[in-house]
Write a new protein. Structure first.
Length: 210
């Protein structure tokens, strides 16, 4: 399941647990002896059950949807060609980073897809890595828990066609590049932009293709 689905299940489950584990025993303890307090507790129980139920329901829907895609969809191996931030979802106060992949479909056509990882992309999904995706009825999800260093047929064309101007696959592999703001040594393909994990600045490798 992607990060959003996991978040909804955990967040919704937390509020449902609070309702059952805290408010229900408290209501039983009071036993109707204090009507005002019982009304107050009942309102909070309704609020927490509503919040928990809505988020938990969304999470379950995402889980069932993912299982349906995995069961009925078509699996492909794809190359990671870029990252894309989703400002609608924040992880530790920062936008969730999605993965842009490029692959050949069953008709041999090149396609791009943006897929959500299970969590942070740091370390587990490097540019140029290979992941398995599943496509069903126009939706694509990430099946792999992390990228692997596996060569797939036609990967040079996949990666170079995404990075216009490259004439060899070596030119689009991540290379050493220093952050101009804090001096950190980063690995960035030419023409690509990444966020520095040390100072949160966006850094673009401005070296030109030969």
């Amino acid at each position: 399941m992607d990060f959003f689905g996991k978040f909804c299940l955990l967040f919704g489950g937390f509020w449902l647990l609070i309702s059952v584990a805290v408010l229900v025993p408290l209501a039983i303890t009071l036993g109707g002896s204090d009507p005002d307090s019982m009304l107050f507790i009942a309102l909070f129980m309704l609020l927490f059950f509503t919040i928990g139920g809505v988020f938990f329901g969304i999470g379950l829907k995402q889980l069932f949807k993912r299982n349906k895609i995995l069961k009925n969809g078509t699996a492909y191996y794809a190359k990671i060609v870029a990252y894309e931030e989703d400002s609608r979802i924040l992880v530790n106060g920062r936008p969730l980073t999605n993965i842009v992949v490029r692959y050949y479909d069953k008709s041999g056509r090149m396609n791009n897809a943006t897929v959500s990882p299970n969590g942070s992309v740091k370390g587990g999904f490097p540019l140029g890595g290979t992941v398995e995706i599943v496509e069903y009825e126009g939706e694509t999800i990430l099946k792999s828990k992390k990228a692997v260093n596996m060569k797939i047929q036609g990967e040079e064309n996949l990666m170079m066609s995404y990075n216009g101007g490259a004439v060899s696959v070596d030119q689009i592999r991540p290379e050493s590049y220093y952050c101009p703001h804090c001096g950190a040594n980063l690995m960035i393909p030419r023409g690509q932009t990444v966020k520095c994990p040390y100072c949160d600045s966006f850094v673009t490798n401005t070296r030109q293709f030969a």
